[in-house]
Design a protein around this ligand. Structure first.
Ligand SMILES: *Cc1c(COP(=O)(O)O)cnc(C)c1O
Length: 221
């Protein structure tokens, strides 16, 4: 195997059944994506629509593209035909637009509800109380063009591993609460997307089903 980091991460993830790797290729060229693809990696994550659009043109059609960064409503239409999963659905207006654009493409788009778990104000994500209120009112469940597959979160950027672990544990707790209260009959509600290059092992230990790893695989940005 050419990519030692990929091999190492794969071995680690194999200890956590049900977990998978999303290789985050933002700022890296299509050739870098292709190299990992040739090693059997098909899940890739991008955080900007325009960059994703340009990159995918020259890449194999069966790559599963995950949109992981904050998404503007007016950009949804570009990725609606092909995006595999949107991890960063963090407000009702965006959910509505994704649903509408999906229906135009005769498809249902899998989304994760991004929830704020970090202490910093800058981090994106639903306030959990707001999310629960919208779910109580049935506003998200009733959207026909999206299918909610779980939750996503980003921990505080800190060396304090206990803090990071606490935040991942909180996300897992919320995931279970939401699943039993709102998605008990939805088998597809099973994903917890958490963990990046610096904290993915903690995330896996705390129940991540998807880790989003960039710099460890592709080098620093
Ligand atoms: C960039 C990014 C990642 C990957 O970060 P690394 O530290 O390079 O692994 C994961 N998730 C999101 C939302 C990102 O924007």
């Amino acid at each position: 195997m050419i990519n030692e980091a990929l091999e190492k991460i794969r071995k680690e993830i194999a200890n956590f059944p049900g977990a998978r790797l999303v290789a985050v290729s933002k700022t890296k060229p299509a050739e870098a994506v292709l190299k990992l693809y040739e090693e059997g990696q098909i899940d890739f994550g991008e955080n900007r629509v325009q960059e994703l659009e340009e990159k995918r043109e020259s890449l194999p059609d069966n790559i599963q593209w995950h949109l992981i960064g904050s998404l503007q409503k007016n950009k949804v239409k570009y990725i609606a035909p092909y995006v595999y999963m949107i991890h960063s659905c963090d407000n009702l207006d965006l959910a509505k637009v994704i649903s509408k654009e999906a229906l135009k493409q005769n498809r249902v788009i899998p989304v994760l509800l991004q929830i704020k778990i970090a202490e910093e104000d800058s981090k994106q994500g639903y306030d959990i109380a707001q999310l629960k209120q919208e779910l109580d009112e049935g506003l998200i469940e009733q959207l026909p063009g999206i299918s909610v597959h779980g939750v996503m979160g980003m921990a505080t950027f800190t060396d304090d591993q206990m803090q990071v672990r606490k935040e991942f544990r909180q996300l897992k707790t919320w995931f279970e609460e939401l699943r039993s209260k709102y998605f008990a009959d939805k088998l597809e509600f099973k994903e917890i997307s958490m963990g990046m290059s610096g904290d993915y092992l903690i995330a896996l230990e705390e129940g991540a089903t998807m880790v989003r790893i960039g710099s460890l695989l592709f080098g620093s940005r």
